[in-house]
Ligand binder design. Structure first.
Ligand code: SF4
Length: 575
């Protein structure tokens, strides 16, 4: 038997074929038909079939160290969560989510927590930068959408790679370089591992100066006439500020000095960029302030290099469902379906879900969750598939009620939980996953689930019903959840969001079962039409060099800029 599925180990989302050898062994090969990897797999993906099994699996629910039935465990979870919220308010409950859950799991975790418990204490402890970067993209482009995709590698004239890149993408970049003569420049800070990528130009910059390099590049484009004046005037709010001649400090020499680069090499880089029409920038989403994301968005906005094939910024994320958790709303800053907490969105979503308990405000700084637990503001945590993330066991041990949904029996966090719920793992899971560039793939089961393990979405559904909301948690299969998510995106898209899955709202169960990989959003922001209310993008202060409030590598300095953009979009009242 062979089953087409997806690797759940990183944000590339490679397609795989699982071959059941019939003797208990499963062989994994790359799926040549999958657009993410065209048959290639890295060592991590190939090793997935050696995941823990047997004694290493958590096989049945546990309450206070004793084996329990699912019925008893879920009744206990529902009763305790209701008691705690009745006594201490909805914000006393937090959900911590793993970075490799399926879209259907994220959707239901978000619906239960924000929609019905009424809390926005939701985060992904192993991917702390996701929320910041989601706000950054939404703040500048009007919607949290990755403008480019990996298919643009095959069409770009110049590929800028910030950091080491990923093996599967590197091979595709090398193909573009050798077969099409695409130029490749790699920027790596000298305290980071050397990139293994083949390149025309390597730029090892001093630690913490990547944003300064981009500022210098924008300043060079202004001097060299490589700014897209028409694009800035027509499609970028305040873009005409970049058209004024600048006497700033970001000249070649000062940038070379700041970044510790030879000026001749920097000039070569600037010239390469200024003369390449189709530029694709691949970069790791920075975990701290979103400063790198902001600067790269500015660079592409200033030069009009997005919204067309072969160009645009493309953030990379280690989280396997980097886009999935964001499109379903499973982070603190958005409600669901890329909608923020504006009043209109709030009313529409409350109507859609049929709830009067929908949370009103995002948490200002979810990274302070530990402090909220310490002060007793947060008293109950449900950690779902994230026992390996740093600090989770400690957080659980300090709560008056801790639930852990987990597939492994012996993680450091297991002992800290009052209730353990045994979960499916890769090979047993059934649902969809959206990779970093909006590519949706099916993860399919090919193993018999161990013991009494169940999917995360199933446990969330049952808990929601037992807490008193059976109509809202009617789901019997992942396809039910996928259809509701698709309907919701259409309902909150206002005709201008890139994320609008209305075409999938009535998808049949067989069609869901046989779904082949597809990408939502085609080429986002084509023709310079952004998803904000006025249809325009916004520059961050990174584009303006040393102006006051400029985005820097320092997260503390960058924070007010984030708050400003976020506030702007919230006032719009739409996502
Ligand atoms: S690149 Fe990522 S998704 Fe692809 S096989 Fe490796 S770990 Fe899995």
């Amino acid at each position: 038997m062979t089953i087409r599925t997806t690797c759940g180990a990183c944000g590339i989302g490679c397609g795989m074929i699982a071959h059941d050898e019939g003797d208990g062994r499963v062989e994994i090969t790359g799926d040549i038909r999958h657009p993410a990897n065209r048959g290639q797999l890295c060592a991590v993906g190939l090793g997935l079939s050696d995941m823990p099994d047997g004694d290493e699996r958590l096989l049945h629910p546990v309450i206070a160290g004793r084996r329990a039935s699912w019925e008893r465990a879920l009744a206990h979870v529902a009763r305790r969560l209701k008691d705690i919220t009745a006594k201490h308010g909805p914000g006393s409950v937090a959900f911590l989510l793993g970075r490799d859950l399926l879209n259907e799991d994220y959707y239901l975790a978000n619906k239960l927590l924000k929609g019905f418990i009424g809390s926005t204490h939701i985060c992904m402890p192993s991917a702390p930068g996701l929320d910041t970067n989601a706000r950054r993209l939404a703040g500048q482009l009007g919607e949290d959408v990755t403008p480019a995709s990996r298919d643009d590698i095959d069409l770009a004239d110049l590929i800028l790679l910030f950091g080491g890149g990923r093996p599967i993408l590197r091979e595709r970049i090398e193909e573009a370089r050798h077969l099409r003569d695409a130029r490749v420049a790699v920027v790596v800070e000298t305290n980071q591992p050397m990139s293994a990528a083949e390149a025309d130009l390597h730029l090892p910059v001093a630690p913490g100066t990547t944003v300064a390099l981009i500022r210098g590049l924008i300043a060079h484009c202004r001097r060299a006439g490589a700014i897209d004046e028409q694009f800035l005037r027509n499609h970028v709010a305040g873009g005409d500020r970049l058209l004024v001649p600048e006497e700033g400090a970001d000249d070649l020499w000062s940038t070379a000095r700041t970044c510790a680069l030879p000026p001749a090499r920097l000039q070569h880089f600037f010239d390469l960029f200024a003369t390449a029409a189709r530029t694709l920038t691949l970069f790791e989403e920075d975990a701290e302030a979103g400063a790198l994301t902001a600067a790269i968005l500015d660079l592409h906005l200033a030069t009009g290099r997005l919204g067309r094939a072969g160009m645009g910024p493309m953030p990379l994320s280690a989280a396997p469902s980097a886009a999935g958790c964001r499109e379903t709303g499973a982070l603190t800053s958005f409600l669901a379906g890329h909608a923020d907490f504006g009043e209109v969105n709030h009313q529409r979503l409350a109507r859609f879900w049929g709830t009067n308990r929908l949370a009103h405000q995002p948490v200002e700084d979810i990274s302070t969750l530990a402090a909220r637990v310490a002060t007793g503001e947060v008293r109950a945590i449900w950690a779902i598939g994230c026992s390996d993330a740093p600090g989770v066991g400690d957080l659980l041990s300090r709560c008056s009620f801790a639930i852990l949904s987990e597939s492994a029996a012996h993680t450091p966090a297991n002992a800290a939980a009052h209730v353990l719920l045994p979960a499916h793992r890769w090979g047993e899971r059934d649902g969809t996953r959206t990779a970093l560039d909006r590519l949706v793939s099916r993860e399919r089961p090919f193993l018999t689930p161990a013991g009494e393990t169940r999917p995360h979405w199933w446990a969330l559904t049952r808990a929601g019903r037992l807490m008193g909301w059976p109509d809202a948690f009617y789901f019997d299969r992942p396809a039910d959840i996928f259809r509701e998510h698709a309907r919701l995106t259409a309902y909150l898209a206002y005709g201008r969001h890139v994320l609008d899955l209305h075409g999938f709202a009535a998808m049949s169960n067989p069609a869901y079962a046989g779904m082949t990989p597809w990408r939502w959003g085609a080429t986002p922001f084509v023709g310079g039409r952004f998803a904000s209310r006025d249809g325009k993008a916004v520059l961050s202060d990174a584009a303006f060099g040393n102006m006051p409030g400029a985005v820097t590598d320092n997260p503390k300095e960058a924070a007010p800029v984030m708050a400003g953009n976020n506030h702007l979009r919230h006032k719009d009242g739409h996502g």
